[in-house]
Design a protein around this ligand. Structure first.
Ligand code: URA
Length: 236
C-alpha cells in the first residue's frame, strides 16, 4: 500500500496531511527518512512518524439503539440526524447495513470495513430479529406459516424465516436476508401493516438493555463472535 494511504488508514492524518508529513521528512520506513508518498509499505514495514511507530488503526465496533427519525447512512441529504453522529469516536465509523429511518433498535457501527462487508454480504446470511407491531392485530396461523415459508414480493420470494406471535398484534420475525424494507413488505404481503418495527438482534448480539439513543462499544469477545458468524454461515 502507498505510504500516504497507509498513514491515512492508520488514523494518523488525512491522506493530504499525510503527504505533507512525508514531504517534510517526518516519516521513516525501516529507519530511513522517506519523502516519496508512493513508497510501498505494509504492517511489517516499521513506519514511524516523529520516531513513533505507526500501527494499523485499532478496530472498533459499537452497538447503538437507533431512535426513530435517525437515518443510518453516514450523511443525509435532508439534514436529518445520522447514526454516526450518535456515536462519538476518533475513528471514522460506518453503519453496518441499514435500518429504515422509522425503524428503531440495534445497529452496529464500525471502522472495520472488512467486518462490515462480511456482515452485510448476502452470502453470509446473518440472521436479524425484528419485533413488529402490526395492524390488524389478529394474525392467523396461516399468515405466520406464509411468513416462515416465503412470501412473494416484487423482488422475488423470500427465503425461509422464523415468525411467531409474541402477543396480540406483536410478531417476532427473524430473516437472514437484507432486502429493502423487507419485514414491512413481508407483513404487508400477508395482509397486515407494520406500525412499529424494532430490531432486537443482529447475529449473536442482542439489543439487551441499551436505551433509545444509547450506544456501547462491543467487547473483544463479542467482536470475535461476530467475526465467526460472518466467516462460518454457509450459503443455503
Ligand atoms: N425490514 C424493514 O422493513 N425495515 C428495516 O428497517 C429493516 C428490516
Amino acid at each position: 500500500m502507498r505510504l500516504a494511504k497507509f498513514l491515512a488508514h492508520s488514523g494518523v492524518a488525512s491522506r493530504r496531511a499525510a503527504e505533507r508529513m512525508i514531504a517534510s521528512g517526518r516519516v521513516t520506513v525501516a529507519g530511513e527518512v522517506v519523502t516519496d508518498p508512493a513508497r510501498d509499505v505494509d504492517e511489517n514495514s516499521d513506519v514511524r512518524v516523529d520516531a513513533a511507530r505507526v500501527g494499523p488503526e485499532s478496530r472498533e465496533v459499537f452497538a447503538l439503539n437507533k431512535p426513530a427519525g435517525v437515518v443510518s447512512t453516514a450523511r443525509d441529504t435532508h439534514g436529518r440526524p445520522t447514526v454516526v453522529a450518535l456515536v462519538p469516536s476518533e475513528r471514522r465509523l460506518y453503519p453496518v447495513g441499514r435500518l429504515d429511518a422509522d425503524t428503531t433498535g440495534l445497529i452496529l457501527l464500525t471502522n472495520d470495513g472488512e467486518l462490515a462487508n462480511q456482515l452485510t454480504h448476502p452470502r453470509y446470511e446473518v440472521p436479524k430479529t425484528y419485533v413488529a407491531t402490526v395492524e390488524p392485530g389478529r394474525v392467523s396461523e396461516r399468515d405466520l406459516r406464509l411468513l416462515r415459508d416465503g412470501v412473494e414480493l416484487d423482488d422475488g420470494i423470500t427465503s425461509p424465516a422464523s415468525a411467531r406471535q409474541v402477543r396480540f398484534g406483536v410478531l417476532e420475525i427473524t430473516i437472514a436476508e437484507g432486502r429493502k424494507r423487507q419485514v414491512r413488505r413481508m407483513v404487508e404481503a400477508v395482509g397486515h401493516r407494520v406500525v412499529a418495527l424494532e430490531r432486537v438482534a443482529f447475529g449473536p448480539l442482542r439489543l439487551g438493555g441499551l436505551g433509545s439513543g444509547e450506544h456501547r462499544r462491543l467487547s473483544a469477545a463479542e467482536v470475535e463472535r461476530l467475526r465467526k458468524v460472518a466467516a462460518t454461515i454457509p450459503r443455503r
